[in-house]
Design a protein around this ligand. Structure first.
Ligand SMILES: Cc1cc2nc3c(=O)[nH]c(=O)nc-3n(C[C@H](O)[C@H](O)[C@H](O)COP(=O)(O)OP(=O)(O)OC[C@H]3O[C@@H](n4cnc5c(N)ncnc54)[C@H](O)[C@@H]3O)c2cc1C
Length: 454
């Protein structure tokens, strides 16, 4: 059946502003990209559809940084430094940062408080003089030349506006800007199925003494409940861990599917609608089970986040696609812009499967090549974060916050170098980018001494 459509009349759109760098999306990649470009003196605007920064880390209630650390031959190091360190220091000053905790006995992650993250990110961007446009949904691009974006169109409460820029950085997580500009992309595995989304939740009112290290016992209690037929769970490998206060725990328990059992597609509005409602149902079921766990009897749901947590949608095609083999083989690249120490974390039907590089035999991290950020076909665009150029397996590792900070910082630096040298981002001298990143305190691998401490 032919799809019905309506023709929208052409209209004049007010110009919101003219920038050197425009960043779409305020998650870890966008925060790092905008702060870095502005710190280098470029007039920079960050556009975000919500009224706060943090991306999935706040909007989807993730409340935990993965990929900041690595297990290097059995020793733990915080590998992601640079602009991420500035953000972490601010969250810490607000008393919003947990001590790092071990995942599966192999690598550290670090929980944080959502409100502190939002405030710290505002402060970081203000310090580096980034202009921010909140409550603005990127909605399309205007191009007079098929290789160059002239303006990003955004929908605001005051109506449609245009943002022009010399270089655009797509940090939307979904590769929206790149897709509108015609950059080729992939979605999901070889059959087009992305990683499953999850509705996160946080519980409060937990008795920390009675709960103890319940994160170890909850998987067994789930198995017992399944065997007894009292509860059914959408997935194994539930993550239920304390936040800083100990009376508040985050719950990563759900797995949201379509009716056919495949993952919700986070760029399909009907899927997203179903996913939000199904996610909340699963969150309630998780809560009802957790209330049976010692220490959780008086707990309550303190937060269901603004949106369903989307792990994977579009991955653009760029100069190089980071692969699962690169992650497991701890690959090195001449054009490294930083590193990823997180394993492959596959959200498969009914479970979450982690695959690590050999630990402690290997150095435990792969380098991330600059070419991942440089899309095919468009000259004044960079793409950073979970929608950068990776295979499905590569993205299952390097989509986490640590690598997204790394990619964002590199994209912001690359944009400023390109503008300073009047070149396209793909033509900048990578050694200059690497030198700039090192000077900013980033660890990019390539024989650089591994940063000490956590
Ligand atoms: C349930 C769940 C649990 C996770 N657990 C962890 C974990 O424990 N640790 C960890 O490090 N990572 C975790 N992740 C992964 C991690 O949170 C994300 O992969 C990471 O946030 C991606 O960063 P990003 O900057 O690329 O994109 P995002 O975080 O997705 O940010 C994109 C931003 O762009 C904005 N945006 C998108 N489209 C538009 C548009 N058209 N116009 C305007 N704004 C737009 C969004 O609102 C958002 O703020 C988890 C993810 C999920 C879903």
């Amino acid at each position: 059946m032919p799809q019905k459509s309506i023709q929208e009349p052409a209209r004049e759109v007010p110009l919101y502003g003219e920038y050197e760098v425009a960043v779409l999306g305020g998650g870890p990649a966008g925060i790092a990209a905008a702060a870095t470009a502005a710190r280098a003196g470029k007039r920079t605007l960050l556009i975000e559809r919500y009224g706060f920064l943090g991306g999935m880390g706040t909007a989807a209630g993730v409340t935990n940084f993965c990929g900041l650390h690595g297990n290097v031959h059995g020793e733990h190091h915080r590998l992601v430094q640079g602009i991420a360190s500035e953000l972490l220091a601010r969250i810490d000053r607000l008393d919003g940062l947990n001590k790092p905790h071990l995942i599966l006995g192999k690598v550290f992650a670090q929980a944080y408080d959502t409100a502190a993250y939002k405030i710290a990110a505002d402060d970081l961007l203000a310090t580096h003089k980034v202009d921010i446009l909140f409550h603005a949904l990127g909605a399309g691009v205007v191009m007079t030349d098929e290789r160059r974006i002239d303006a990003l169109m955004v929908e605001t409460k005051a109506g449609r506006r245009a943002v022009s820029a010399g270089i655009f950085i797509d940090c939307s997580g979904d590769g929206d800007l790149a897709a509108w500009a015609g950059v080729p992309f992939e979605v999901g595995d070889e059959d087009g199925h992305p990683l499953y989304p999850s509705m996160m939740l946080r519980l409060n009112g937990i008795d920390p003494v009675r709960a103890g290290d319940a994160w170890r016992t909850i998987p067994q209690l789930m198995e017992q409940a399944t065997a007894a037929g009292t509860h059914r769970f959408p997935r194994k490998s539930a993550i239920v861990r304390p936040q800083r206060s100990g009376i508040e725990w985050r719950v990563n328990f759900t797995q949201v599917a379509r009716e056919d059992g495949h993952a919700i597609n986070g760029i399909e509005p009907d899927d997203l609608t179903r996913g939000e409602i199904e996610g909340r149902k699963q969150a309630l079921a998780a809560f009802e089970f957790l209330r049976t766990v010692p220490g959780f009897e008086k707990s309550y749901i303190v937060d269901l986040p603004p949106q369903l947590g989307i792990r994977e949608t579009r991955r653009i095609k760029g100069g190089y696609q980071l692969s699962g083999e690169d992650v497991l083989g701890c690959a090195s690249f001449d054009d490294s812009i930083g590193v990823n120490g997180w394993p492959i974390e596959a959200h498969v039907p009914g479970d979450v499967v982690f695959t690590f590089p050999p630990i402690p035999e290997s150095r435990g991290y792969n380098e991330l090549p600059y070419r991942m950020l440089v899309p095919e076909g468009i000259d004044n665009l960079l793409v950073a974060g979970r929608c950068a150029s990776m295979t499905h397996e590569g993205q299952s590792a390097a989509r986490v916050s640590g690598a997204c900070f790394v990619m964002g910082e590199a994209a912001g630096s690359a944009a400023s170098l390109a503008l300073a040298g009047n070149r396209m981002p793909r033509d900048i001298a990578v050694e200059k980018l690497q030198e700039a990143l090192r000077q900013q305190g980033a660890f990019i691998g390539r024989g650089q001494a591994v940063p000490q401490g956590l």
